[in-house]
Design a protein around this ligand. Structure first.
Ligand code: NAD
Ligand code: DAU
Length: 352
């Protein structure tokens, strides 16, 4: 039986991963969920999962050394999947400090606790030995690579140099570098996945697609930053979950894998698709103040993941996935409504 420690599983991607994992394994699994339940964490998202006898929910901070060490002491954890992070670029511009604390120091604490728990002494050459089969997966982002020009034929690969632009992406880049250092220096059995923009159910209403969809559902106009031509590379969150599982169970230790589903689209294109789905005119939105330092384009080359691990996205029709996501927000107003007003008040104060 595999024992997982999944951090940040009350958030968007972590929750979708937890659901994926419990369905995939049926009986043969035990999962400890560690989540601080920040504004982005919603226990309601995983209420069925935490009622499952295979899951233990711990409310707490990934920076809490004693708490995380106790989790390792109580449960012989095989796999750590570190989703927990401050994840929103606009918030990182308003309050960078929190991003440094959670994303950098939190990752360092998770790595140190895994290192201590999995350490099994030294080999004859003095190199550290760790328990077999253990693995730490750092869930990261394509934003560590900075941005591309709209007409650049290149896409990001595992060899692209790090060039983050926002406080958020610079802290994610820092945490990736810590993972690499803990692997190289201490021998910690770790891998990194860098994924593009996720969409799907349970995403916070501050993010682009849920914000526009719930604005329309509330009778408000969608809001587009800048000139609307910025490009994001969209992937359904279920495809990200499948990739995380493949990388965790079969990826090579010390390696980085890029996750993307060939989903490049400009923001205005996505917004027009949302407006069409509601039967609204294509210009029924407001232009608002641009994000400072706004990255122009992200694009992932997922060749390594596909070739080495045989991963393929299942949600290849973006409009179909978008329509299902819109239907989910239409049907689950109870889930998103409590966060909507405060989110819009924040944006209004920023001129967005
Ligand atoms: P999210 O903001 O929806 O959820 C983050 C979760 O982490 C929340 O449940 C929150 O309560 C928890 N958390 C925050 N600080 C914590 C702390 N100090 N201790 C414990 N728990 C804490 O984020 P998301 O969009 O689901 O992203 C999850 C991860 O995936 C992040 O690491 C993010 O950088 C990465 N990622 C996201 C995307 C995307 O498109 N959303 C793409 C690639 C990578
Ligand atoms: O690329 C992966 C990243 O994708 C993740 O690492 C981040 O955690 C995740 O938040 C996401 O970052 P983005 O900044 O790309 O996502 P966001 O949803 O904030 O914005 C997507 C695009 O839409 C971006 O170009 C800004 C624009 N935008 C956003 C909002 C909220 C708008 O035009 N209007 C809006 O109201």
């Amino acid at each position: 039986m595999k024992r997982y420690l999944v951090t940040g599983a009350a958030g968007f991607i972590g929750a979708n991963f937890l659901k994926y994992l419990l369905k995939k394994y049926e009986e043969d699994i035990y999962v400890v969920v560690l989540d601080k339940l920040t504004y982005a964490g919603n226990l309601g998202t995983i209420k069925d999962e935490i009622a499952d006898s295979r899951v233990r929910f711990v409310k707490g901070d990934i920076r809490n050394a004693e708490l995380v060490a106790n989790i390792f002491a109580e449960t012989d954890i095989d796999y750590v999947v570190n989703f927990a992070a401050e994840s929103h670029v606009d918030r990182s511009i308003a309050n960078p400090q929190l991003f440094l604390e959670t994303n950098i120091l939190g990752t360092q604490n998770m790595l140190d606790c895994a290192r201590k728990a999995w350490y099994r002494g030294k080999d004859s050459e003095g190199k550290p030995l760790y328990a077999e089969g253990k693995k730490f997966l750092q869930v990261s982002t394509d934003e560590v690579y900075g941005d591309l020009a709209l007409d650049d034929p290149a896409r990001f690969t595992e060899e692209t140099p790090y060039r983050p632009s926002s406080p958020y992406s610079s802290t994610k880049a820092s945490s990736d570098l810590l993972v690499r250092a803990w692997h190289r220096t201490f021998g910690v059995r770790a891998t990194i996945s860098n994924c593009s923009n996720n969409y799907g159910p349970y995403q916070h209403v501050e993010k682009f697609i849920p914000r526009q969809v719930t604005n329309i559902l509330c009778g408000m106009r969608p809001r587009l930053y800048g000139d609307g031509l910025n490009v994001r590379d969209w992937i359904h969150t279920e495809d990200h979950s499948a990739a995380v599982w493949e990388i965790l169970t079969r990826g090579r230790i010390g390696e980085t894998y890029l996750v993307g589903a060939d989903g490049e689209r400009s923001n205005i294109e996505v917004l027009r698709a949302i407006l069409r789905a509601f039967g609204l005119p294509e210009d029924d939105f407001d232009w608002v103040r641009d994000r400072p330092g706004h990255d122009r384009r992200y694009a992932i080359d997922p060749t390594k993941l596909r070739r080495e691990l045989g991963w393929e996205p299942r949600h290849t029709d973006f409009i179909e996935g978008l329509d299902q996501t819109i239907a989910w927000y239409r049907d689950n107003e109870d889930w998103w409504r409590p966060a909507k007003e405060a989110t819009e008040a924040r944006y209004a104060a920023q001129g967005q």
